[in-house]
Ligand binder design. Sequence first.
Ligand code: NAD
Length: 283
Amino acid sequence: MSFRLPNRVALITGAGSGIGLESSLLFAQEGANILLCDINLGAAQKAADLIAKRSSNIKAIAFKCDVAKEQDIKNAVDEAVKEFGRLDIMFNNAGIMHPQDDNALNTEERIWDLTMQINLKGVWWGCKYAILAMRNNPTDEAKGLHTGGSIVNTASFVALRGAATPQLAYTASKGGVLAMTRELAMVHAREGIRINSLCPGPLNTPLLMDFLRTDEMKQRRLVHLPMGRFGEAIEQAKAALFLASDDSSYVTGSDFTVDGGLSAAYVTAIGEPALPPPKSLIK
Ligand SMILES: NC(=O)c1ccc[n+]([C@@H]2O[C@H](COP(=O)([O-])OP(=O)(O)OC[C@H]3O[C@@H](n4cnc5c(N)ncnc54)[C@H](O)[C@@H]3O)[C@@H](O)[C@H]2O)c1
């Protein structure tokens, strides 16, 4: 059986829940050793324990990291290199959606700043320390390992489409992720470092479901979703796996959109979805 991330080392932020959790489980299943980073160490540890239970040949280490702090991110990258000898994949995925994030008139400056600190500066620092580490990756042809690596930054479809249900700071932070990713991809393209944005559609994860408290709030979004359902975190993890692996060796600087057709839609179809969503790897 061939793996898609053999001998690779991945660092994933926000690894304790949602996209980060499914990606940690999937990347481990595909042969990668992983540093699971989260501000919630307990959640990251639970995920690491699950990986250890499933695959004895994979090393998964939980690490407490607040991506709002540059030193935490530097420490996390240093830890990955110390433990595993290299860093092939950096998945800058952690992000927040603050309940008090609103329109231009109501959003307080502290909410704006907090959102930018985590969602945008955190991704910048993740890129910075990953690039420094990836430049030093030794080539080992027998193991299929090479210099450089793949950085995946989680943005959002809200950076591509306007919503009359505003979360101004969140949207602006994700637009920043897209622009920054594109530019960094150009700067580092000849170093064997690929950098792409993952643009998820609205997902059935705690981040959005905690925010959409009522059925009415959910329906307001569902009518715009061509498939008639929210996306699942595992569907993003599979796209992240493609971007992380050598399968995407000619893909860099992309706004890689995985949104169930949302960004192509005008009028959506009527009726229930014919297919059930794919199953999570968590159970
Ligand atoms: N859920 C959606 O609908 C959706 C849509 C588009 C984009 N996204 C983006 O996807 C990413 C992951 O979202 P999710 O839906 O999996 O969310 P989630 O809430 O399920 O998981 C986020 C994880 O990040 C961690 N985290 C939060 N702040 C952190 C910090 N400062 N440092 C380190 N870890 C931190 C949390 O503890 C949690 O484990 C986010 O960047 C989010 O903006 C989500």
